[in-house]
Design a protein around this ligand. Sequence first.
Ligand code: URA
Length: 215
Amino acid sequence: MDDKTAKLEEVKKNILNTTLPLQDTATNLVFGKGNPEAPILFIGEAPGKNEDLEGYPFVGAAGKQLDKLLSLIDLGLDDVYIANILKYRPPKNRNPNVDEIKAHTPFLIEQIKVIKPAIIATLGNYATKFVLAGFEPDSMKQIEGITNLHGINKEILIKDEKFVVIPLYHPAAMLYRPQLREVIEKDISKMGDYLDKNHPSIQRRKKDPQTQLKF
Ligand code: URA
């Protein structure tokens, strides 16, 4: 087991040894998945029904959309790391309250400290506000919404660590607002340009010319 994988296992064990809100109503802990050596960490909001059942983030419809979107820049979900702010599913996907968020977020911060991503891609309004507020739920109100922030890279310094944050619409938004598809694709393509320029050594898959993207 490599160093980051072993350290992430420790974080996971810590969560399992902690009594957390939302734990009692959830089926599984949804910790995170992907390549911890990747320079990109995607942050989503909370596990949904499929994620709760399987114990992995983004295994449902939103994850399929995200995987297809990433294929536009020769990446897939397995080439990045992905985790949620909340580690357990809120019942019926209700919005979490502040106490729940505050109890869960230290573990996301632990994951970030281990992974040390160069880029944090935030998925949706909630994750974007949380990260740009310096991981402080109380400061989220001061941050603009995703409509104004999507696709605009922001460099942030958190506890002396520098990250580039790329705010993106949540891929699930495309499912109920199909007109967003073009916007999201453009933002992903900008992200690909940023990677070409700043992280040319990141492993990308070769585009298969036979692959037809069907959303
Ligand atoms: N939406 C999220 O934000 N996270 C998941 O894991 C699934 C859907």
